[in-house]
Write a protein that binds this ligand. Sequence first.
Ligand SMILES: [Zn+2]
Length: 375
Amino acid sequence: MLKAYKYRLYPTKEQKEFFEKQFNACRFIYNWGLQTKIFCYEKTRQSLSHYELELKMVHELKHEHLWLKEVMSIPLIRTLINLDIAYDNFFRELKKDPHFSGFPRFKSKKNARQSFQFHQGYTVDFDAGYLKLPKIGNVECRYHRTFGGTPKTITISRNAGKYFVSITVHDGLETPAKQPYDADSTIGIDVGLTHFATLSNGEKIDNPKHLLKNIERVKVLNRRLSRKKKGSNNRKKAVQQLARLHEKIANQRRDFLHKVSHRLISENQAVAIEDLNIRDMQQNHHLAQAISDVSWFEFGKQLEYKAEWNGKTVLRIDKFEPSSKTCSNCGYKKENMPLSVREWSCPECGTVHDRDLNAALNIKNMALCTAAQVG
Ligand SMILES: [Zn+2]
């Protein structure tokens, strides 16, 4: 089974410069690859694979741009593979939903997070506290925990001025067999804005208060930033402050999601959720909503891999299923259901529904029903 371990890196000034060069090169190759793919498709209606791009890169690009020879090559190839994956994901989503808008985007130097990936030629030294990288040498690394097994892909990233390495490790263990589940051991989960999640057993899980407080604080800092003069030192300070706060929010969010997903997977044999994709996320500029979207997406991924580690099952229903509009008691479907309606009674059977609990029950029932048809 694959597991990921993330550690903070403390590169020297020279090492930072090398990292920056590598980030730039990978971003350059990604954007070049994307541009080339689009151009080729428009001209020939054929899609270029990453092998073809790699050949082009080696034969054409490296002669034109000599600086590309100064960085590691494997991350550049890895970048093209990742571009391929992003491309394939887009077309797979598009097949499911013709309005899907998540076409791979060009990467900007201004993005707070920059990264590159590779999979060989590095050494993890827990005792000395170093990560040895090709062309760079020993980078100081704070290993707050060790791991056993075979390290695979590593990702070096910079976020808000800090450097990290994330190592994917194969622990040598087989994935456990799936345990059987039934209606009693399956829980339906409805994610929402008023509560982080409502469970089909009636439990409501709130967003952590400190997280909400920090989201409010971002708004304050944003307003303050907008009043600072461009290019001034005060503005730089405000930008840094904001970046640190965003990082703090991301950490709090991740901790919270790990706790919830861990608990739900331990307590149940199967969890049922709506298929959330990243489509709506990219159209949202409202901060609290945007953070919720990222959280739900990440939450689904965490449930997925934790289920796999523990022999549990994640059941998904199509996000277009009318889970909030259907009566979970008798199956009656309401025409429409504005978001403001938190409670309603079914005209057919008279059951009074809490909107979110009803949705969670439907997600559970629909998912079990689909699984029974497939199985
Ligand atoms: Zn009803």
